[in-house]
Design a protein around this ligand. Structure first.
Ligand SMILES: [Zn+2]
Length: 302
C-alpha cells in the first residue's frame, strides 16, 4: 500500500481519539503503524492523563515512579508507545474520571472529563482538528467500546468535533474551519474476531481466555445471533498483520497498564495473521463517495 502514489499532494491524515494513554495501543495500533509506514500522518488525541488508572501489571506493583506520580509515569509510557507506532500525539488535558465501582456507584470526581459540559470538553479537539486537518477520524461507539465514563465522553467529543470543526460559526477562536471527510467507530472488540481466535486456540489445543467473554456476548444478544452481532456492522477491514509486533510493543510500553502475560498476548502474532490479519471498523459517516465493504480508511480520498 502506498499513500498518494504518483503525485506530490500533501499526505493523507488520520486522527484517532482515545480516552486514556494505552487505548491507542489496544485499539487500532497496527492500522496506525501501517498507515505511518505508507506515508500518511497519524495523530492520536488522548483526552485524559489516565491518572486514576490502577496498576494492571504485577511486575510494576511497588514501582516508585507510578506510586508517586501515576500521571507522570503514564506520560512517559505514552511517549514510548507513540515512538514505537511512529504516530504524532496530543494530550487534550482533561482529568481522568476513573471507573466507578460498587453498588450504588459512587459519584464521579469533581472536575473530571466525563462531567464537563460538551462544548468545554470538545473545544480542544475542535482546535486540534482545525490545526492537524485530518481527512479521517476514528472514535469509539456510543458505548465507548466498553462503558468507562471517559470512553463514552471520548465518543461524544469526537462526534461533536467531527460535525463542528468544519463550521466556521462554531467554536470561535479555535482556528480556521476544517471539515474531516470520514468518521469511523473502532471495532477492536468485534465479537467475530474473538470467536475466530477462540476457535483457533481450541483447535491448536491451547487455552483460550475468551470463553467467558463469548458466553456473555451470546447471552446479551437477545436476537440470538450466532456469532453475536456487534452494535455496528463491520464495513472496513484494514489488513495490518505485518504490524502486530509493533502493536504488541506499543502495548508493552504501557507497563503500568498492560500485563505482558495477559489477555492481549493470548494469541501469537503468527496465529493472528492466519486467523484474523485485520483491524475492523464501522464507517459511520462519509462526505466522499465510497462503497462498503472497504479495506482502507482512506478509500474515496486517494
Ligand atoms: Zn481507556
Amino acid at each position: 500500500m502506498t499513500i498518494n502514489e504518483g503525485h506530490t499532494a500533501e499526505p493523507l491524515r488520520l486522527l484517532a481519539v482515545h480516552a486514556h494513554p494505552d487505548d491507542e495501543a489496544s485499539k487500532g495500533a497496527a492500522t496506525m503503524a501501517s498507515y505511518v509506514a505508507a506515508g500518511a500522518r497519524v495523530m492520536v488525541a488522548t483526552c485524559t492523563g489516565g491518572e486514576r488508572g490502577d496498576i494492571q501489571n504485577a511486575a510494576m506493583v511497588g514501582d516508585a515512579h507510578s506510586a508517586r506520580d501515576m500521571a507522570g509515569a503514564r506520560r512517559l509510557e505514552m511517549a514510548r508507545a507513540a515512538k514505537v507506532l511512529g504516530i504524532e500525539h496530543q494530550w487534550l488535558g482533561f482529568a481522568d474520571s476513573g471507573l466507578p465501582e460498587g453498588d450504588p456507584l459512587p459519584a464521579l470526581p469533581d472536575n473530571c472529563f466525563a462531567l464537563k459540559p460538551l462544548e468545554i470538553a470538545a473545544a480542544p479537539l475542535v482546535r486540534l482538528m482545525r490545526r492537524f486537518r485530518p481527512h479521517v477520524v476514528v472514535s469509539y461507539d456510543e458505548n465507548g467500546g466498553y462503558p468507562h465514563p471517559d470512553h463514552i465522553m471520548a465518543h461524544k467529543v469526537a462526534v461533536e468535533a467531527f460535525h463542528a470543526a468544519g463550521d466556521p460559526g462554531k467554536y470561535p477562536g479555535t482556528g480556521e474551519a476544517w471539515e474531516p471527510q470520514k468518521l469511523y467507530y473502532d471495532l477492536a472488540f468485534n465479537p467475530q474476531r474473538f470467536r475466530a481466535l477462540h476457535f483457533a486456540l481450541q483447535e491448536a489445543g491451547l487455552a483460550s481466555p475468551y470463553a467467558q467473554r463469548l458466553a456473555a456476548w451470546l447471552e446479551a444478544d437477545t436476537e440470538g445471533h450466532t456469532p453475536p452481532a456487534g452494535s455496528h456492522p463491520t464495513t472496513t477491514q484494514v489488513d495490518c498483520g505485518e504490524f502486530f509486533e509493533k502493536r504488541d510493543d506499543a502495548l508493552r510500553a504501557h507497563a503500568t497498564q498492560v500485563d505482558p502475560d495477559g489477555f492481549f498476548f493470548a494469541v501469537s502474532p503468527e496465529m493472528q495473521r492466519k486467523v484474523w490479519p485485520w483491524e475492523d471498523y464501522s464507517l459511520i459517516e462519509s462526505r466522499v463517495p465510497t462503497s462498503v465493504p472497504e479495506n482502507d480508511l482512506f478509500a474515496g480520498l486517494r
